[in-house]
Structures are given as structure tokens and as C-alpha cells.
Write a protein that binds this ligand. Structure first.
Ligand code: PLP
Length: 395
């Protein structure tokens, strides 16, 4: 087993380390307070109170009301539930508008929808990963039930102007949902006063546990549940609550809110020192995605001439964790759908890597990464050159 203390963890967009304060808060609900929150006696009611507190804490982080929060099993469920609800609300609205760079939690769902008697329009992005809002507006028709657009891209960190998109949807009298799974806890959010109808978040991206998420549903927006059964979550999500994880999500939200102002600039400074350091030390390296409208923690870099899968293995030997932008599927290296949508040239896309920072990273991690990565990339390039020159000329 690789020990956590040994690693340089630069993959915080994949998942995050649990905050020790979160573990402390959730443990009693695994060990001692096992009552069912729906039970009428005090042993159950006190668990209900803990869920209510978690709801208030999540609402405080999002700048909305507690009654607008529905706990779910993950970010994927939150996204699926919002789109499903919109398609059920009005049988005459059978169309969804989305983008080419969404996470599979939205992308695959829309693909399935489009094969099941509904329709989906996928709006593209430019080379910086930005959307053309006029094109998005043109995609909305009288049959559109919902526009679903992520707030920040998980691969590049590019931020979409969701307030403006929500306004366009409102003018067109269409619901607007945003996948804010990469945003919550990283930048300040204030939903009150926006026209966003629903928003998805996931605890494990903000130093909470995996397998719990939440869906914000604006108090004036109608909603049809995905999970049908008991009356939990005010009839919006059936099933006995995952109490300890919900309590943990509440604590993670509270920790995020108290540290946000400081962490946003600390993490941004670390990411920038890392990114600039790599650009200085490694020739033929470029940044993917808009560098201004971007999450403070994400850096997506392309190292020309290398394959990201090979770099991942090399970094892994030094216990450095990050993500490869391309993945080996059935023997061929497939570029990510995000970089393909941005028209990143194949050579650059094949050598793309995502580095994402978080609350538990230190400047020492940046120092180590700045030693490991340039050496590994130049070794890979040298290996590649040697292989190419050794190869017999084709006839
Ligand atoms: N949406 C985005 C943008 C994500 O980054 C992720 C997770 O990587 C998800 C959705 C899925 O969230 P979960 O793992 O909680 O289902």
C-alpha cells in the first residue's frame, strides 16, 4: 500500500483528502447515534436535528435557504435528478440543451435521453474552452425543458458565466441547472438573487466523504423526484438518509466557508507558482483552457511529444498523483472529449495532464513537483527520440 504521507497529491479535482474535523464530526453518527431520523423518539429526533444542521451549513456555503437543499447519494445523482425532473414536469418539453465539455454525469445522461424519444442539443466551445452565449441562446426552443451547463470544467478548470446563462434561460422561460461539483468550496457562491433553478454538488470534492452529494432546488422551482418511496427530504428524495455522510458534508461545507477567502488565494498562488515553474523549466509546454476565467486550483498542461499515460506511470514512481488528459482505450490513446471539443491538436491533447491543488497541499509539494516533472518529461522525450531513431526506415 502507498502511504498517504508519502505522496504528492495533485489530483484534488478527482477527489480530496477528508478534513480531520469532518471525520471527527461524522464518527459518532456511525458508532453511537444510529437512530433513524424519521423515528418519533428522541434517539431518532436528535439524528434529524443533525441533518437539519448539515442542511443549514450547506445552505450557508451556497448563500441560499436550508429548505432549498436536498441530500443525494453523489454529484451524479444530483445532476441526473435535475434533468429528469425537468423532463417530467411538462410533457410538451422534450428537449435539453447542454455543452460538449460536460462531465459524463451529464453527457452520458443526455446521450441516453436523446436515444429515448427526447432530444438534446450539444453546444460546442472555442479553443479556450469558452462558450458562445448567442449560440447557446439559439439552441433553446419552445420545446426545451432545461439548459444544463457546468459551472467549472473538471479537466481545464475553465469557468462558465452561469449567472448570464441562467438569465438567458429565464428570459426564454426554460429551467437552468448547473453542475457546480468542481466549484463548491473553491470560489464564493451566492445563489440568492440569481435565477439558477438547481445546482449539483458532491462532498468528496470539498474534503468530505465519497457517496454523498446535494441538489439545490430553488424554492420557487417545481421539482419531480428521481427516487420514489418514503417522504424523506421533504418528498424530494426517498430513501433512509446516509446520516453520517450528510453530517460530514455539513461539516465540510462549514470548513470550506470559514477557510474559503484565505484558501482561494493560497491555492491560486501555489497553482500559479507550479504552472509558471513548469512553463519555465519544460520547453514545448502549453496551458489548456482560458487562464483568466479559471478555477484557482487547476492547471491543465500539454507536454508536446509525450503520451500522458506514460508520464502518469513515470510520475507514479515518484509518488506524484495527477490525471492524464488522454486515456488508453482499446490500445489507442484517446484524447479527452474536453480537449477534442476545444480543437486542441492531437499531439498536444495526447500529452495533456491535469494538476489540481487543494487545502492540504503545501509549497513543499510544489517544490517536489518542480523537480520531478521536468526530469520525467525530458527522460520520456529522450526515450521517445531514441525509439524513433532506432526504428528502421519504412519502405
Ligand atoms: N460533475 C463533475 C464536474 C465532476 O467533476 C464529477 C466528479 O468527478 C461529477 C460530476 C460526479 O460526481 P460524483 O463522483 O459525486 O458522482
Amino acid at each position: 500500500m502507498v502511504r498517504a504521507e508519502q505522496i504528492i497529491y495533485l489530483d484534488n479535482n478527482a477527489t480530496t483528502q477528508l478534513d480531520p474535523a469532518v471525520i471527527e464530526e461524522m464518527l459518532p453518527f456511525l458508532r453511537d447515534y444510529y437512530g433513524n431520523p424519521s423515528s418519533g423518539y428522541m434517539f431518532g429526533r436528535q439524528v434529524r436535528q443533525a441533518i437539519d444542521l448539515a442542511r443549514q451549513r450547506v445552505a450557508a456555503l451556497l448563500g441560499c435557504e436550508a429548505k432549498e437543499i436536498v441530500f443525494t447519494s453523489c454529484g451524479t445523482e444530483s445532476n441526473n435528478a435535475a434533468v429528469n425532473s425537468a423532463l417530467q414536469l411538462d410533457p410538451n418539453r422534450r428537449h435539453v440543451v447542454t455543452t460538449a465539455v460536460e462531465h459524463s454525469a451529464t453527457r452520458r445522461h443526455c446521450e441516453i435521453i436523446a436515444k429515448s424519444g427526447f432530444a438534446a442539443t450539444v453546444v460546442g466551445v472555442n479553443a479556450d474552452g469558452n462558450l458562445d452565449l448567442e449560440e447557446l441562446e439559439r439552441a433553446i426552443t419552445p420545446q426545451t425543458a432545461i439548459v444544463t451547463v457546468m459551472w467549472a470544467n473538471n479537466e481545464t478548470g475553465v469557468l462558465f458565466p452561469v449567472d448570464k446563462i441562467a438569465e438567458i434561460a429565464r428570459r426564454k422561460r426554460v429551467l437552468f441547472h448547473t453542475d457546480a461539483i468542481q466549484v463548491v468550496g473553491k470560489i464564493p457562491i451566492r445563489l440568492a438573487g440569481t435565477t439558477i433553478n438547481s445546482l449539483a454538488l458532491s462532498a468528496h470534492k470539498l474534503h468530505g466523504p465519497k457517496g454523498v452529494g446535494a441538489l439545490y432546488v430553488n424554492k420557487r422551482s417545481a421539482f419531480k423526484p428521481l427516487m420514489i418511496g418514503g417522504s424523506q427530504e421533504n418528498n424530494r428524495r426517498a430513501g433512509t438518509e446516509n446520516v453520517a455522510s450528510i453530517v460530514a458534508l455539513g461539516k465540510a461545507a462549514e470548513c470550506a466557508l470559514t477557510t474559503l477567502a484565505e484558501e482561494e488565494s493560497r491555492v491560486r498562488a501555489m497553482r500559479d507558482r507550479f504552472e509558471n515553474g513548469i512553463l519555465e523549466r519544460v520547453p514545448d509546454t502549453s496551458v489548456n483552457g482560458d487562464r483568466t476565467a479559471r478555477l484557482p486550483n487547476t492547471s491543465n498542461l500539454s507536454f508536446a511529444g509525450i503520451e500522458s499515460d506514460a508520464a502518469l506511470v513515470m510520475f507514479d514512481r515518484h509518488q506524484l498523483c495527477c490525471s492524464a488528459g488522454s486515456a488508453c482505450r482499446t490500445g489507442s490513446l484517446e484524447a479527452s472529449h474536453v480537449l477534442s471539443a476545444m480543437n486542441v491538436p492531437p499531439d498536444r491533447a495526447r500529452g495533456s495532464m491535469r494538476f489540481s491543488f487543494g487545502r492540504f497541499n503545501t509549497q513543499a509539494d510544489v517544490d517536489k513537483a518542480l523537480e520531478i516533472i521536468p526530469a520525467a518529461i525530458s527522460k520520456l522525450r529522450a526515450l521517445l527520440r531514441a525509439t524513433v531513431t532506432r526504428e528502421p526506415a519504412s519502405v
